[in-house]
Design a binder for this molecule. Structure first.
Ligand code: PHE
Length: 349
């Protein structure tokens, strides 16, 4: 019987070695270790042995059985691994193939200018602040030296919600808010950008538009002057609209600044020679600006004898029109993807 067992062992090991696939391996398992397998048959036949021989043969069979099981398992692992590798090989991706193009959105031209303006002013030490779009009459007008009934209110046709609340007509409201919020009276260097609203609607005016506002206030002895305002606006215009542009300050009127100016820049279409865009003047009006009015300082908690500064503001949509040659402001709000796709950022990347 011992001989029979070692013969089974020898043959079966050889067979396992020879197998080339999982199926034959499984057949071998059944052939030797299955219920009707050869090794199982040996165990069954043990009844005919002498009692003292039974444990010897029994343990021999078990030994062989364990060994065969181990070999089969190892082989099985090997086959599975091979199969997996084969599969992986077939599924490799050719990364040199051209990819499918994913259509990306683009940043809105107005937002892009806002980002550029914020970056520029932050680099000059300004804070970026925000204010509410639904504003009170007090912050939008009164605290900016525009009491009820002031004729200058007529320049800004407003959307009133109630007697006291309106959609802000200008970001200048944030000037008053910033001053009122600064109880320590530390120097202010801020810009704010955001939506503003007026009852007007044509090719160069939209009922909703965007403004940027800047405010600088410091102690009187620091002497924040018109020269500082001019230098700041020069940097602003040349970085945001065009490097070669010149500025011209024209006296004007705003209730919250004194003196007040309208700031023109060289017409970027004709370079100052005169064309239909600049109405043959060579200049295009871009900004409003001036030295903060003493009344505004006083009304918002600053002593005009001790503090002074400048303020400026402009429409961002107009800047976008200048920069990109957009002919109708309403395109900016029509949400036409054919229009917006032209401002895809990839040209800069
Ligand atoms: N708020 C003014 C406007 O909307 C612009 C401005 C801002 C003028 C700050 C002077 C100073 O027309």
């Amino acid at each position: 019987m011992k001989e029979q067992i070692s013969k089974i062992k020898e043959i079966s090991i050889e067979e396992i070695k020879q197998t080339k696939d999982l199926k034959t391996l499984n057949d071998i398992r059944i052939k030797y270790l299955g219920k009707k397998g050869e090794l199982t048959a040996v165990l069954r036949g043990m009844g005919s042995l002498a009692p003292e021989e039974r444990p010897l043969i029994g343990s021999l069979v078990n030994e062989v059985r364990d060994e065969l099981e181990k070999l089969i398992e190892e082989k099985e692992e090997k086959f599975k691994l091979e199969e997996l590798n084969e599969k992986l090989k077939q599924e490799t991706i050719d990364i040199t193939l051209p990819s499918t193009k994913i259509k990306r959105g683009s940043i809105h031209p107005v937002n892009r200018i806002i980002e550029d303006i914020e970056d520029l002013f932050v680099s000059m030490g300004y804070d970026v602040v925000t204010g509410p779009e639904l504003e009170t009459d007090e912050y939008c007008f009164k605290r900016l030296n525009l009491p009820k009934g002031h004729p200058a209110r007529d320049m800004q046709d407003s959307f009133y919600i109630t007697e006291e609340y309106l959609l802000r007509t200008q970001t200048s409201s944030v000037q008053a808010r910033t001053m009122m919020g600064n109880t320590e009276k530390t120097p202010i260097r801020m810009i704010t950008t955001g939506k503003t609203y007026r009852r007007e609607d044509d090719a160069t005016h939209s009922h909703q538009f965007n403004q940027i506002e800047g405010l600088v206030i410091d102690k009187k002895e620091r002497n924040v002057s018109l020269a500082d305002l001019k230098g700041t606006l020069e940097v602003f215009v040349r970085k945001i609209i065009g490097a070669n542009l010149d500025l011209r300050f024209r006296p004007s009127f705003f209730p919250f600044t004194e003196p007040s100016y309208e700031v023109d820049v060289t017409c970027f279409k004709c370079g100052g020679k005169g064309c239909n865009l600049c109405k043959q003047t060579g200049w295009i009006e871009v900004l409003g600006a001036g030295i903060v009015h003493p009344n505004v300082l006083k009304m918002n908690g600053y002593e005009p004898e001790q503090f002074g500064g400048f303020a400026f503001g402009t429409g961002i949509d107009r800047l976008a029109m200048f920069r990109y040659g957009i002919t109708d402001m309403r395109y900016l709000y029509a949400n036409d993807v054919r229009f917006l796709a032209q401002f895809d950022r990839k040209d800069e990347e």
